[in-house]
Design a protein around this ligand. Sequence first.
Ligand SMILES: Cc1ncc(COP(=O)(O)O)c(C=O)c1O
Length: 400
Amino acid sequence: MSIISRRIKSIKLSPSAAARAIVAELREQGRQIIDLTVGEPDFATPRHICEAGIAAILRGETKYPNSQGVAGLRRAVSGQFKERYGVEYPIGRIIVSTGAKQVIYNALAATLDEGDEVIIPVPYWVSYPDMVKVNGGVPVTVPCDASEDYKLTPAKLEAAITPKTKWLLMNSPSNPTGALYSREHLASLAEVLRRHPHVWLMTDDIYGSLNFTGGPTWHPLQVDPSLVDRCLVVNGVSKTYAMTGWRIGYGAGPEELIKAMATLQSQSTSGASSIGQAAALEALTGPQDCVAEFTQAYKARRDEAVSLLSDIPGLRVVMPEGAFYAFPDCSGLIGKTTPAGQILNSSTDLTHYLLREAAVAVLDGEAYGSAGTFRVSFAASMDDIRNGCGKIREACARLQ
Ligand SMILES: Cc1ncc(COP(=O)(O)O)c(C=O)c1O
């Protein structure tokens, strides 16, 4: 008899963590791998932010912080959300957690009863369905086509809603597709939500600052402020400020929800690291030049990666408008034969072939609910992007 619970047995190790382990193992064996799986900025955390963390340690901010988040950081988040979404959140309606990931987890744990449904557009971030499942919910995954730029349409949303729907979970710009919803598109989704007042909206805005269009990143609350009473806004410093290891994320929503999430957090982690919170406060309130610098660098890399990948026969790439991933459709290569005589039956086979033959690691689209695709991260150096895409091209050319 295993000691492991049914709930934990229903989920798996995050595929990005699994990929990290495989790349590390191959490198230990002496193989030179170009790693295009990485889901985090390759930049260092800017110096002024690191110094704020160090100063907090030296000031003695090393005790348990307020478990819902230190007031100063919650005030800064309130200011940022007022500026971005036009909503005034008092700090009682804001929670700071150990990454945006924990904000999402807390929200699902605080709201899902057995069998409650969460609508998740596909391709999705790998963790959403498992976070729903482990909390007793049912992920209702809704396939969104490349021909629709991988975006949820109002008709598909309408069709997915049932009396058991608790949440619609949105992520714009998206991991893994880089899809960014326009104001008009969000308005059409909001119209559907208005017809179904029992459905709550969770927006994972973690890539919101990484927008390459030159235009604004629209949020549903800007389009329809009436959703504020059933909306949880999730954000954090990981991607915007290259702070993944500091583990600070935050959320804002109706008081009853935030209170429940804070209660859970007080009984689980006792809150996010005090040092991480001091650094995050500096990130939000200090100089912002790094955000523009990072975004410009990602944009140049995106242009290079998309142009190289689009040139490979058998791949089709939708231009990512934000985040730092390209998501080629590789269905044109499925069914081809490798030089060793193996037939590639799936994107899983193709990504294994690329790792073996080209020594390039990319993530299989199946992890994102989307067979026949793979994800290429361009949070990598320009050299790695050029060499990696070049090797993918050569390996694909050897397929018959
Ligand atoms: C869509 C999405 N949401 C949330 C997260 C997690 O962010 P954090 O580091 O703040 O937990 C990630 C990280 O990969 C992500 O891609």
